[in-house]
Each structure stands twice: as C-alpha cells, then as structure tokens.
Design a protein around this ligand. Structure first.
Ligand code: C2O
Ligand code: CU
Ligand code: CU
Length: 515
C-alpha cells in the first residue's frame, strides 16, 4: 500500500466524514423522521482513506449520518442518489419489504444513478439499520462508514419509555464498528487472504462514527439500542463502573421487545445483531461499555484466498491509498476477535432520582409454537479448501433460484455448523424468525446458553440474524407469509447469508425464492 499517501491523510481522514460543510451531523437526541427524508445521498467524503457517509436531505436542511426514526405504519418515499465511484444499494436490514425495495443487490444503483424507494414500515418497534448490499462491494462499503440506524417505535415502545421515565437524552441508539486506527487515520479496507477467510478486524471501536464515544445521561434508566455493525467481530457487551460489573436488563433483540425483561451481566452479539437494554445508572458517576474477553473459536486453520468478483474488476477500491498493492497487513494493526475492546462510556450528571421498577411485561410476544407436521429444511455451513465458507457447499450465484419456498407456509430451518469452522451470524432477508433450540454448543459459548432449549438470551425475541457457533445445530421457525399487497405479489427473491461481511462477499450466501 502507498503508506505515505495514506498517512498524509492523517487525522483529517478520520474526521472528514463528520465535518463537511453544508450538512451537519445529527445529535442522538434529535429524532429525524424517515418520513421527512426526501433524498438519501450516498457519498465518499475522503478519497484517500475511502471514508463514506449517508446524507439525508429533509428539504429544508441536510443531515449527515442521521439516526432515523419511524413510527410503525409510516409511509416512506425516498430518492437514493449514488455518488460513490462504485455501484451501491440501500438495504433496510430487518424490515419486511418486497424484493423491489429490499436493496439486496439484485438491482444495484450505478455510480451517479438514482433509485426511488417507497414502502410502509410494517415491523414492530426495534432497532433496524440500513447499509449497502451490492454483491462484492458490501464489506468495503459498510466498513467505509455506510451503516445507518433506523429506530422504529410503536405503542409498546412508547409505553416502555413512559414506564421507565426515560429522560430526554437517556435513550441512545449506537452502531458499533471496529476500524484500524493508525497514524491518526483510519486504515483503508484492503483485506489479505487471511482476512478474506476470517474477517476484517480493527483495533478501535467506532461508535456512531466516533472514537471514544461518550454520552452524558441523567440518573435513572438509560435505554440503549445497540447494533453490532462490525464487519466480522463478535462483541461480548458488558458495563463496568471501575472494575465492578454493572448488571442490566435485556428488553429486546433484532425485531423488537421480548415478552419480559431478562437480567444479565453480559450479552453476546455478532455482526448485524441488535439488543435493546435498560441500565440503571443511578448511583454511578460513569459507566464504561466494553466487549469482554471471550474464546472466538476460529477453528479453521487454513488460509483463504482473496475473493474474485467480476463486477469488482470494473471499479476501483473506495480508497485511493490502497490501489491494492497490499499483500498482507500487519498483525499488530488489529486486535484479535475475543480480546477485550473498550466501546463507549456513559457519564452520569444531574440530580439523583430513583429509577421506577421495570414493567414485568414488555410486549405480547408469545413463545414460538409450530404445528407438529411443519416440514424441516436442512442446511450445512461448511468449509471448502478452494471456496472458503459456504452454505451447502454451494458458492453464491446472483441469478440462482436458491431455496424455493411456498408463500404462506411455515418451515423449520435446521442449520448445522461444522465443528472445524468459526462463528457465522446467519441472516435472512424479508422475514423475522424465531429460534426454537440449539444443540452442540461448546466452549465459552456454553455459558451463554442460559435459556430453555439451550438458547441464548438473544435468541428469545423476533430475530433476523442468529449466530451459529462451530459444531452447533440451530432450529429456526420461519413463517413465509407475506403481506397481501400488490407490491408483494408474484415471485419474490430474498437472501440468506452470513453477516460476517467477508464471508458474505466470499459467497456464503444463497437466494430464497418465495413462489
Ligand atoms: Cu444486513 Cu443481507 O444484510
Ligand atoms: Cu438484511
Ligand atoms: Cu460466516
């Protein structure tokens, strides 16, 4: 890599995405409604390090890297403008959308192209997110800073904030990514063969685009909705006051609130998973959120191969600094997955106020139940010496039919991860699912399996991404009912893939065709 060029970018490249004139960054307490967004610009702000950002055009003003809010039922009508030098899409991860609005990569927006998306928000309250999904470019573009948060609210969500007496400023939505900070700048994305196989890891946490992110909150309950936006790193999230661990309550997961809160001291979330948490900060002056040490269980010894994508040959990398002279990056640049990583802090200020009791019921979510004759579809997550990690030994092809499922039917998906593998956070587009049970959980992960059916606390709600540790088998209940609306009629293609973004670009993905 052209080291001089990149270092010359220095601190400027770190700050550039947040300090462009003309568009101010949103503050987290400001609720920017997705309904008010007329245009969403996807642009590169730093050609040297390749950093990018979303800018929401609200008509009267522009907001860079906005945290968007929507009420369940809202109608959305946004013109997406691609100002990147590569094709892109905007995929609303977790939302129920027809193929044409899903931004899944079947139909990427060319550089300088536009696309209008119109849809209604049908999902339960929860933290969702939007990110690029053009096959072969996803990992690079998400790493470049293109990961936006969408907070959906509904009656349950509003009732919960009221019951917890959430002070303005005590509700926080946070996207955690990891990047390599070197010489005051963010190192451009340029994975070597090893990183294409195991994933791109950083050495620092970037939370909503900030290093050393901190919020000032009032005493009482803080409600935190956290996304793991890392390309490949799992996070064992915990809170500390000094060295003492501070317990918290799990309120919800990917697709909204649980039936009842669960008290925990740590929670594991892999790439694309979300948690909704309440922590009582009364009596503390400051809390640190950290990812605790864990055994990452990367059991594959082999080295990988850099991915080849026909589309990639036609476009240059986002970062001019790399122009891919990089053969291997230094080990010291990254912190291994499973090492402790500081994430962000909460500084507590203001007059003491007791936190009200947690409500015993958060939503009417029932345990998943299935008719006994529900058919099972079996899938294997394997390692192939030549092809890397694959689903059923089949490398992804964008035009494949993939799995064919019947609209309105239910299926059990049995997903078995190989013992000589690594963790794979498996994500399904278009449908939320329930985790029924897990088997074969070993090592440190076993301690997380505290729930009935060998499940993790993060398995309890409505999920769109579920983690498969090596040797595990997971049983998921999927309901392939689509809304009875013209937009959802006809054949609809979705995707099922690993959300380790190097695995996703490395073909660990299949289409799911609803007929
Ligand atoms: Cu978050 Cu298919 O993606
Ligand atoms: Cu998705
Ligand atoms: Cu994977």
């Amino acid at each position: 890599m052209k080291r001089r060029t990149f270092l010359a970018g220095g601190l400027a490249s770190l700050g550039a995405a947040w300090a462009q004139p003309g568009a101010k960054s949103g503050t987290t307490s400001e609720r920017i409604s997705l309904r008010d967004v007329k245009r969403l610009l996807v642009e590169r702000v730093d050609p040297i390090a390749g950093r990018c950002r979303y800018v929401a055009d609200l008509g009267s003003r522009q907001v860079a890297q906005p945290i968007l809010w929507a009420r369940r039922g809202d109608s959305v009508d946004v013109l997406i403008e691609n100002a990147l030098p590569q094709p892109t899409t905007v995929h609303f991860h977790g939302l129920t959308l027809p193929e044409a609005q899903d931004g899944a990569g079947f139909d990427p927006i060319a550089p300088r192209g536009t696309k209008r998306v119109r849809f209604d928000v049908k999902n339960r309250s929860g933290l969702y997110w939007f990110h690029p999904h053009p096959h072969g470019f996803t990992a690079e573009q998400v790493h470049a800073g293109l990961a936006g948060l969408l907070v959906v609210t509904d009656e349950d969500d509003i009732a919960l904030d009221a019951a917890l007496a959430i002070a303005p400023g005590n509700r926080v939505a946070a996207a955690i990514a990891d990047v390599r900070v070197e010489g005051g700048g963010i190192r451009p994305y340029a994975p070597d063969a090893h990183e294409c196989l195991h994933g791109w890891l950083g050495n620092r946490a970037l939370v909503n685009g900030q290093l050393d992110a901190a919020w000032t909150v009032a005493p009482g309950w803080v409600r935190l909705q956290v996304l793991n936006a890392c390309n490949a790193r799992g996070l064992l999230l915990a809170f500390k006051d000094g060295e003492a661990s501070v317990p918290f309550h799990l309120l919800g997961t990917d697709g909204g609130l649980l039936a009842a809160p669960r008290e925990l001291e740590r929670v594991f979330l892999h790439s694309a998973e979300r948690v909704d948490i309440a922590v009582d900060v009364s009596g503390h002056r400051a809390l640190r959120a950290v990812s605790l040490e864990f055994d990452p269980r990367h059991h594959t010894q082999a080295e990988g191969r850099p991915h080849r994508h026909a589309a990639r040959e036609r476009y240059r990398p986002l970062a001019d600094a790399t122009i891919c002279e990089t053969t291997s990056s230094k080990k010291e640049d990254r912190i291994a997955e499973g090492n402790e990583l500081p994430l962000f802090s909460l500084n507590v200020g203001g007059s003491a106020k007791p936190a009200p009791p947690l409500p015993p019921r958060l939503s009417a979510l029932a345990e998943a139940s299935l008719p006994p004759d529900t058919p099972t579809r079996r899938m294997r997550l394997d390692f192939d010496e030549g092809g890397g990690f694959l689903i059923d030994q089949t490398p992804y092809k964008i035009d494949e039919a993939g799995f064919s499922v019947k609209r309105g039917t239910r299926e059990v998906w049995e997903i078995k991860n190989s013992p000589i593998s690594m963790p794979h956070p498996m994500h399904l587009h278009g449908f939320g699912f329930r985790v029924l049970r897990r088997q074969g959980t070993f090592g440190g992960a076993r301690k997380l399996a505290t729930e009935p059916g060998g499940r993790f606390p993060t398995d309890l709600g409505v999920k769109d991404t579920a983690l498969a540790w090596p040797n595990e088998t997971l049983w998921l209940a999927v309901d392939f009912t689509l809304p009875q609306e013209p937009a959802f009629s006809g054949r609809q293609r979705f995707m099922f893939h690993c959300h380790n973004l190097e695995h996703e670009d490395g073909m660990m993905m299949r289409n799911v065709t609803v007929v």
